[in-house]
Design a protein around this ligand. Structure first.
Ligand code: FES
Ligand code: FES
Length: 181
């Protein structure tokens, strides 16, 4: 992914990322994903399709899962963005991250950012999701390695860990934005 569009312009766009406020002097139509990766050095969100189809670029915006590859920076001005890097607290992994490790859900790992973010959002809506709810929440997150069985197991493992964890959910989340539900 190039830094195209990240040329300096005024006035700066303000947004909160992982609890830190940034004033970014970039063109407001540059995508949130470009800013996160190229300007803020947050490489958890991945560039996959760039079209809102694969889910690799997912982040939480005000606690709602969204696809940062097709959201202009202007669209998140003043909003709270949480990336993969901001899920854990106090240097500890988020229970969802631990669950994906426990179930060995990663092969190449490229899809995992989106899977993790979508799972965090799902568990905020449904702390003990059914398998059908988990499948629906993740159905538009593509995994070319085919670890879907392990990923679904990770969702259930995460629900158990989260129920017994002091790590609090980022926020209440009604649905996913910026791509297929
Ligand atoms: S990169 Fe594929 S949905 Fe954003
Ligand atoms: S683990 Fe490789 S794309 Fe999902």
């Amino acid at each position: 992914m190039s830094g195209q569009g990240s040329t300096a312009m005024a006035p700066p766009v303000r947004l909160q990322v992982n609890g830190h406020t940034h004033a970014l002097a970039v063109h407001g139509q540059v995508t949130l994903l470009q800013v996160l990766r190229n300007d803020l050095g947050l490489n958890g969100p991945k560039y996959g399709c760039g079209l809102g189809e694969c889910g690799a670029c997912a982040v939480l915006i005000d606690g709602v899962a969204a696809r940062s590859c097709c959201i202009p920076l202007d669209g998140v001005a003043g909003r709270a963005v949480t990336t993969l890097e901001g899920l854990g607290q106090g240097g500890a992994l988020h229970p969802v991250q631990q669950a994906f490790i426990d179930t060995q859900a990663a092969q190449c790992g490229y899809c995992l950012n989106g899977m993790l973010v979508a799972t965090v959002a799902l568990l905020q809506r449904h702390p003990r999701p059914t398998d059908a709810q988990a499948r629906t929440a993740l159905q538009h997150h593509l995994c070319r390695c085919g670890t879907h069985i392990e990923i679904l197991a990770a969702v259930q493992r995460a629900a158990v860990l989260l129920a017994g964890s002091a790590t609090r959910p980022v926020a209440d989340a009604p649905a996913e934005r910026g791509g297929p539900a």
